[in-house]
Design a protein around this ligand. Structure first.
Ligand SMILES: Cc1cc2nc3c(=O)[nH]c(=O)nc-3n(C[C@H](O)[C@H](O)[C@H](O)COP(=O)(O)OP(=O)(O)OC[C@H]3O[C@@H](n4cnc5c(N)ncnc54)[C@H](O)[C@@H]3O)c2cc1C
Length: 454
């Protein structure tokens, strides 16, 4: 049994605390935001102060990978959520996999209740201010604990940073004589606008897929069905788009949404809840604690968004965070080895878990940004393959099942193309359709500018 300190009780930190406790470890979890309020799903979304997660009220998709991890590790959380109005959805993956329709804060509150009730977890309402180190031979600090603003120093066999995309691990590591993580970063170049809605009396969601993606020439609209008849309609536009701020006016945003034909099905009878919420400054960022085959630090690892954050257009962050939390929890049983070996092994396991998804997101975003900047042009191979899959899946059950597994991250893109049946059909289709382009829906750019100006 090891003593583990987890920093940050977002989805990855909560998952990690629960999974580590299940494996017999003693966990201290430090989180600066207080607990969810009593009173049910709508109260959690309306009143839970989550200053540490500014995007907590944006639409969230919960994909098969993440829900599969929870079903294995903490099925009681899913039962709690279903009892509170979240909706499990059987996926077309051919394997009985489930997705879940739930607003992010409802999901997170259930996970937090589960962890707070776990006798092996001490959940501290406190702010992390730094790391404790037993020295830094050759500039590689050995972390043995953490400093908290109120509680003081807490010792641990390993400290796991799950403080999210704004993690200050770089400053903590340099303060103890180490070096900052190696980073691969790409500004996504997108801004988000999200508006919550309540379904009209007796209405159903037009689709149970989360997210449903509608691509325009200059923007993408995403629908996120959630718990208790609530859903989000989110829009991503290029961060440099001058029309972006106009969409924050609710009347303008609703007028724009109504101009996108397939989105009208969502708006029919629905009532907006609150105002459009912006979110900018998003990045794809991979922080690594390894350089030239050797660790930059021992006794310390990054988990969830603190390690890898991706542009949320595919709704992957929560699932990747939970899958990564399970990967790191599995590593805890191997802490008896030499610290540098543990650090390297954990880095390698992390890369197997997250690396391909990160690279795919970077390639997809680069292609989409080029398209937004230059107008329709020759699409990247990734984009062309995605379009081919979208067309072929309509009539081909094998492709539909395989594509759905990739969408839910139950199969990697490389595994998909290693499926000979899929590869043969996709390549034949691309040969037969050299000018293949996705159909974009909604108003032209000119009409859009008129709509948002009026
Ligand atoms: C606009 C937007 C839309 C998204 N949509 C989706 C989606 O549809 N599906 C999906 O799966 N993902 C989505 N994501 C991504 C997803 O929200 C993240 O991947 C997820 O929040 C990562 O979880 P985490 O636990 O790693 O970090 P976080 O959720 O950010 O949690 C970090 C925690 O650490 C705490 N903390 C930070 N610093 C300290 C400190 N010094 N001391 C104590 N506590 C601290 C914070 O308070 C917070 O609770 C979206 C993200 C954005 C920005």
């Amino acid at each position: 049994m090891a003593d583990i300190v987890v920093l940050g009780a977002g989805v990855a930190g909560l998952g990690l605390a629960a999974f580590a406790a299940r494996r017999g470890h003693r966990v201290t979890l430090a989180e600066r935001d207080g607990p969810p309020p009593e009173g049910g799903a709508h109260t959690e979304v309306a009143d839970w102060e989550r200053r540490g997660v500014p995007h907590a009220r944006q639409g969230h998709a919960l994909l098969g990978l993440g829900i599969g991890v929870l079903r294995q590790e903490c099925p009681e959380v899913l039962a709690d959520l279903t009892g509170r109005g979240a909706v499990p959805v059987t996926l077309e993956t051919g394997g009985g996999d489930l997705g879940l329709l739930s607003r992010r804060l409802v999901f997170e509150a259930a996970l937090r209740r589960r962890v707070a009730a776990d006798p092996a977890v001490t959940l501290l309402h406190d702010k992390v201010t730094g790391l404790l180190s037993a020295g830094a031979p050759n500039g590689v600090p050995q972390v043995y604990g953490v400093r908290l603003a109120e509680t003081g120093d807490v010792a641990a066999d390993v400290v796991l940073d799950a403080t999210g995309r704004r993690s200050t691990a770089a400053a903590w590591l340099t303060a103890i004589g180490g070096t900052a993580p190696r980073e691969t970063a790409q500004a996504c170049g997108f801004s988000y606008i999200a508006q919550e809605f309540a379904l009209g009396e007796g209405r159903r969601f037009p689709s149970l897929r989360a997210p449903v993606v509608y691509e325009l020439d200059f923007a993408t609209v995403l629908a996120f069905p959630g718990d208790n008849g609530r859903f989000h309609l989110s829009t991503t536009v290029a961060s440099h788009d001058p029309a972006r701020t106009r969409l924050l006016d609710r009347t303008v945003y609703l007028r724009f949404l109504a101009s996108v034909a397939p989105v009208r099905d969502w708006l029919d009878g629905a009532a907006p809840v609150g105002d459009p919420m912006p979110m900018a400054g998003l990045e794809n960022r991979y922080r690594s604690l390894q350089a030239d085959g050797a660790p930059l630090v021992t006794g310390f690892a990054l988990v969830g968004d603190a390690c890898v954050q991706t542009n949320p257009t595919f709704g992957r962050g929560v699932s990747l965070g939970l899958a990564h939390a399970r990967t790191v929890a599995d590593q805890l049983d191997r802490l008896d080895q030499e610290p540098a070996a543990w650090a390297t092994e954990t880095h390698e396991a992390t890369d197997r878990c997250l690396g391909q998804w990160f690279e795919q997101q970077v390639a997809t975003d680069a292609a989409r940004l080029a398209e937004l900047a230059e107008g329709p042009h020759d699409e990247s191979l990734t984009a062309r393959v995605l379009t081919a899959l979208a067309v072929l899946r309509e009539d081909d059950e094998h492709i539909r099942t395989a594509a759905e597994r990739v969408y839910h991250m139950l199969l990697t893109p490389a595994e998909l193309m290693a499926d000979r049946k899929v590869a043969r059909r996709v390549l034949a289709f691309l040969r037969e359709h050299p000018d293949l382009r996705r159909d974009h829906v909604g108003p032209t750019r000119q009409d859009f500018e008129r709509l948002v100006a009026g």
